[in-house]
Design a protein around this ligand. Structure first.
Ligand SMILES: Nc1ncnc2c1ncn2[C@@H]1O[C@H](COP(=O)(O)OP(=O)(O)OP(=O)(O)O)[C@@H](O)[C@H]1O
Length: 373
């Protein structure tokens, strides 16, 4: 990949508190990167450091080969869209969109032309003379987007621009932003804590934890091959079960426990796991069966026996909360099982993520999923 935005060992923080710890990041021209992570992990700080609002205390940032580390925000060729829209309430939509151009001393004719272009492009035609207060949240965010794009930035920075909008508008606008970004071929960095939003919009997802990048890859890669228990949980594999296993040649044998018979999972070229394991899987990645009647154990994967604690219908499938030993997991099924019923949970190998349990022998950077991508 030819790096367009290039961050090398960038550190940043507030006062004596360091939030980013020598972070490296490369973004290609025209790429859409989502910065994903839990609240407080440093996503906004990273975005603001790229923009120049928060100074980098160490390291360097360059755009198209030009070092911008010491440049003020307005000289970096970037534009930012904020969660709170940050529109001027006393200005009309047209003046808000033209604001950056006016600051840059463009002629009135050029500003009018560009503002009209933005209004058309963003489906705001006819609203140019309104004030922001007379617009819906979605329309306000389109205006903010127009203001950002009007100056033709090299990089568009999006700081949770959709989180103040209701669910339907959010889904609609995220599709529009992605389509626009692809049509314009603009490089975009989008901060979000919403996994689905990041998956739907981005070419690449960068997952942050505690100011460090813990994994990056295409949405499919991070979803199907999380590199750590943290990433697996963040990508929706919230069910966690403690097991024990050992690796021989290309197979991990999961040892029998209070709730599981012995079973095997192909190693598939990953680092061997020996000793205490943490198994993770998604509610939709497992199947449920009654313990009455004969159910043959699948050749590979994990089988657990538990008791249904509760059942609900969030839509699409019945979601069961199941007690497995001292732990509880959630599993979806097309038909409901009753509370109190004893059930079997099957997790096929492709949906099962195995990691050395914390404190186990394998070093943390060797935590690897067993499931193939
Ligand atoms: N102006 C500030 N002064 C001091 N500390 C700050 C400031 N802004 C953020 N922080 C701290 O820096 C850490 C990272 O914050 P940041 O806003 O980058 O996280 P985030 O991942 O964007 O979180 P969220 O999703 O909640 O917005 C947090 O611990 C936060 O409390």
């Amino acid at each position: 990949m030819i790096s367009f935005l290039h961050l090398r060992t960038v550190s940043a923080g507030y006062g004596a508190t360091r939030i980013l710890h020598g972070l490296d990041l490369d973004v290609a021209q025209g790429e859409f990167v989502a910065l994903l992570g839990a609240s407080g992990c440093g996503k906004t700080t990273l975005l603001r450091t790229i923009a120049g609002f928060t100074p980098a205390t160490a390291g360097s940032i360059s755009v198209g080969g030009v070092d911008v580390t010491a440049l003020s925000p307005d000289r970096r060729g970037m534009a930012m869209v904020f969660q709170s829209y940050a529109l001027w309430p006393h200005m009309t939509v047209a003046r808000n969109i033209g604001y950056g151009l006016k600051l840059r001393g463009r002629s009135r004719a050029e500003i009018t032309r560009r503002v009209d272009e933005m209004l058309d492009m963003l489906g705001l035609a006819g609203l140019g003379e309104r004030k922001p207060a007379a617009l819906s949240g979605g329309q306000r965010q389109r205006v903010a987007l127009g203001r950002a794009l009007a100056i033709d930035p090299k990089i568009l920075l999006l700081d949770e621009p959709l989180s103040n909008l209701d669910a339907r508008i959010r889904v609609q606008l995220r599709g529009e932003i992605r389509a626009l970004q692809q049509r314009l071929g603009i490089t975009a960095i989008h901060v979000t804590h919403d996994r689905e939003e990041a998956m739907a919009m981005a070419d690449r997802i960068v997952i942050l934890d505690g100011g460090n990048i813990v994994q990056q890859g295409s949405p499919q890669q991070v979803y199907n091959a999380p590199a750590s228990s943290f990433v697996a949980a963040f990508m929706g594999a919230e069910n966690s079960v403690r097991l024990s296993g050992r690796t021989e040649t290309d197979l991990v044998t999961i040892e029998p426990g209070a709730a599981n018979p012995a079973s095997v999972v192909a190693l598939a070229g990953r680092a061997p796991l020996n000793g205490p394991l943490e198994a993770r899987f998604r509610a939709g990645g497992a199947a449920l069966a009654a313990t009455s009647g004969h159910t043959q154990q699948p050749a590979q994967g994990l089988q657990l026996t538990g008791t249904v604690l509760s059942v609900g219908y969030p839509g699409g499938a019945w979601r069961h909360r199941i007690a497995i030993g001292g732990e509880a997991v959630e599993v979806d099924a097309p038909q409901p099982f009753s509370a109190g019923e004893t059930v079997r949970v099957f997790v096929p190998p492709e949906n099962l993520f195995l990691f050395a349990a914390s404190g186990a022998a394998s070093p943390p950077n060797r935590h690897r999923p067993m499931a193939a991508a």
